[in-house]
Design a protein around this ligand. Sequence first.
Ligand code: ADP
Ligand code: MG
Length: 212
Amino acid sequence: MISKAQVLQWLEHFAAVIADQKEYLTQLDAAIGDADHGINMDRGFKAVMAQLPTVADKDIGTILKKVGMVLVSTVGGAGGPLYGTLFMRMGMAVGNKEELEASDVLAMFQAALDGVKMRGKAEPGEKTMVDALTPAVEALRQALEAGDDLHAALEKAVAAAEEGMKATIPMVARKGRASYLGERSAGHQDPGATSTYLLFKSAAEVWNGADA
Ligand code: ADP
Ligand code: MG
C-alpha cells in the first residue's frame, strides 16, 4: 500500500531530484532542443511545491490533478502540457483514494502513458518521453502479473525506464523540437525521456525506502 503521505513524499523527492538535475536536463535539451527542459521542469516543480500545502489534506486524485494543473499553468512549451496531462490523468485514474494498492499504481501510470500519447501523438521510437514511459508501464504490469510485490515491480519499471531512456540515443526524433534536426538528432539522449526515468526512480527511492 502507498499512503497519501508517501505520494506527497514522492512529489517532494522528484522536485528535489529535478532541482539537482536541472543543469543536466538542460544540457541534454541544448543538444537537440532549446536548452530549457531542466529550467522548465524545475520552475514547474518549484510552483508545485509552493501549491501542494493547499491540497495536502485532500485525496490522492485531487493532489495529483492539482500538480498537473500547476504544471500546465507555469510551464510553457511541450513539457508543461505533457507533464501536466501526465499528472492530471494520474489523478483522474486514482480518484478519491487515500491510499494506493499495487493495481492502483499500475492504473495510475497506465493512465499517464495513455494521456501523454493522446496529448503529444507520439508513439514509441520517436525519441520522446513515451520511450521511457512505455517500457516502464509494461514492466510494471508484467511484474505484477507474474506475482511480484509492488516494490520489486517498481524496481523493474525503473530498470525498463532507464533502458528506454538510453534507447533514445540512436533514435531520430519524430516529435517536438528535436524533430527539426532530423537525422542530426541521432546520437543524443532525449531530455524528456530522462526526466521520465527520474520520475520512476524517485517513486522507487521513496516507496521502497531507499531514499538516496
Ligand atoms: P520544449 O520542447 O517546448 O522546449 P521541453 O524542453 O520542456 O519543451 O521538453 C522537451 C521534451 O518533451 C522532449 O525531450 C520530449 O521528450 C518531449 N516531447 C516533445 N514533444 C513531444 C510529443 N509530441 N510527445 C511526447 N513527448 C514530447
Ligand atoms: Mg526545450
